[in-house]
Design a protein. Structure first.
Length: 169
């Protein structure tokens, strides 16, 4: 599980119905066919030196998936510390934050588009004092300057869309 996190899933989702989706480590035959929604609580909130690791696989014919740092694990309409969205048709990755119901300026600069249908990946979100560093398979992909302060207001990780999760830690 995420460092300091408890898995929470909305009722009716695969994770809430007793499947192993979203657990710390799954065997090959236990993999989720597709994540519709994973939500993991960050106990004590986001803080510098915290590392969140997401290991998964991109299915064939993906459209998009998002990795989102939420301020409220129950009400996804509240503030968002960072939404990291991968769009396969545009081969783009956008980052943004929502504060008081308003989205900020979208960031799109990336040195390369790293996601390939059928491939596995390891994404790491490294929380630093001023920013979140995003690494993919050990290579730095981008940074996102914190827009929500204090950081501990960010209390949950949500993953949605076309991705098969293997591990969230």
């Amino acid at each position: 599980m995420m460092e300091g996190a408890d898995r929470k899933a909305p009722p009716g989702t695969p994770a809430a119905e007793g499947s192993v989706c979203g657990t710390a480590v799954m065997t090959e035959k236990e993999r989720c066919p597709k994540v519709e929604q994973y939500v993991g609580e960050i106990k004590g909130g986001l803080r510098p030196a915290m590392r969140i690791t997401v290991i998964g696989m991109v299915p064939s014919n993906p459209k998009s998936f998002s990795v989102t740092l939420l301020c409220d694990p129950v009400d996804a309409n509240r503030d968002v510390g960072m939404m990291f969205t991968v769009n396969f048709s545009e081969k783009s990755i956008t980052r943004n934050a929502r504060i008081d119901g308003k989205w900020g300026i979208e960031e799109k600069n990336i040195p390369y588009f790293p996601f390939i249908a059928g491939d596995t990946f390891k994404m790491e979100l490294l929380c630093e004092h001023q920013q979140i560093k995003v690494l993919l398979d050990g290579r730095q992909l981008c940074d996102f300057t914190h827009r929500i302060q204090p950081l501990n207001l960010v209390k949950a990780l949500q993953i949605t869309g076309d991705v098969k999760l293997t591990k969230v830690a």
